[in-house]
Write a protein that binds this ligand. Structure first.
Ligand code: PHE
Length: 341
């Protein structure tokens, strides 16, 4: 009995003088005294042999000792932790932790690139409303009243109003520029357009276009071809070739569709170009005199060319995005892959 009390006192004295240089040493002390096989825990075993009349007193002493030991060791641990963090070198000249920034949307990256190329060729930016009237989208662009593009199939009407629609191409911006400006006109019109199509990997009810318009005296098809060649080579690389195929648009005459040599196989034929060696990227042509006239420009004095391309199409060729829906689903795992440009 006496030896138990002595032991309690001895440990108590030890505890009062405990020291630890670091967190590991403090932990070693906890193990020494308080773990399952620790010295204070061992006292509990000896406690069994204490006569009943002394149990209360001795029990209190052991509990007190345990409490003091716990407090002391915790104190040592905290002291060690404080010392360790104070010892860390603080570099006050270091820049702050980088804030995670978003990335630009791939369509914005491609749009900026297209706009940039044409800006260098002297084109200025023009924008217009997405909710438009029939005149600017169709009538001023020489679409006959019964032209199939006006059909419900393609055009979204606003509240069944026959005249107010969501623009189905950005040619409406060309019309808006022409009605308020006399030539020379050299504009590039990027923007979102809407068509009533079933959403799939290859089609969407909205997409993005960039259209260009140049009206001046003596503008010829040669000018158009040269500008488009320069554009294709800036966009897809200096070895890119172009070819123009005759086509039809109500607002241009003659009209053409332009292909570029395949960005992957360089014209040899691969799965991207389906063995053709060529990829279609835009529509173009000489502005129909009827369009100039409808928009207040004298077709006897001026001629012009226009072209239009889908931004998604160009982005697909650049990044090989297999599913058009990726562009509008806002999945950060997709969007994060495009480095800010
Ligand atoms: N507006 C046409 C379209 O949406 C593209 C185009 C523009 C074609 C200008 C020729 C000239 O398909």
């Amino acid at each position: 009995m006496a030896s138990l009390i002595e032991k309690i006192q001895q440990i108590k004295a030890e505890i009062a003088n405990l020291q630890a240089k670091n967190a590991e040493e403090a932990e070693a002390l906890r193990i020494k005294y308080l773990s399952k096989k620790g010295e204070i825990t061992a006292l509990m075993n000896d406690f069994r042999s204490v006569p009943a009349e002394l149990k209360k007193e001795v029990g209190m002493k052991i509990n007190e000792l345990k409490q003091t030991a716990m407090e002391r060791i915790n104190e040592l641990k905290q002291g060690a932790a404080q010392q360790e963090s104070a010892g860390e070198a603080v570099d006050l000249t270091r820049t702050p932790y980088p804030t995670p920034l978003g990335t630009r949307h791939p369509l914005t990256i491609v749009k900026n690139e297209i706009v940039d190329i044409f800006s260098r060729l002297g084109f200025t930016l023009a924008e217009g409303p997405e909710v438009e009237d029939d005149w600017h989208v169709y009538s001023s662009m020489n679409f006959a009243d019964d032209h199939p593009a006006r059909d419900m199939q393609d055009t979204f009407f606003v509240e069944a109003h026959p005249d107010i629609i969501l623009r189905s191409h950005t040619s409406s911006v060309q019309a808006r520029v022409m009605e308020r400006t006399q030539p020379p006109i050299r504009v590039i019109c990027p923007g979102r357009v809407y068509r009533n199509e079933a959403i799939s990997a290859r089609a969407h009810c909205f997409f993005h276009q960039v259209e260009g318009l140049y009206v001046d005296k003596n503008v010829s098809f040669t000018d158009l071809k040269q500008v488009l060649l320069l554009f294709a080579q800036e966009m897809f690389g200096p070895d890119t070739k172009i070819r123009l195929r005759p086509s039809y648009f109500p607002f241009t005459e003659p009209s053409a569709e332009m292909d570029v040599s395949c960005t992957i196989c360089k014209g040899k034929g691969c799965s991207l170009c389906k063995g053709e060696g060529w990829l279609e990227i835009l529509g173009c042509g000489m502005v129909d005199p009827a369009v100039l006239k409808a928009n207040g420009i004298d077709p006897d004095i001026y001629t012009g060319y226009a072209f239009g391309m889908g931004i998604e199409r160009i982005a697909n060729l650049k990044y090989q995005v297999k599913d058009l829906r990726m562009f509008s689903e806002n999945d950060v795992r997709f969007l994060d892959q495009f480095v800010n440009a």
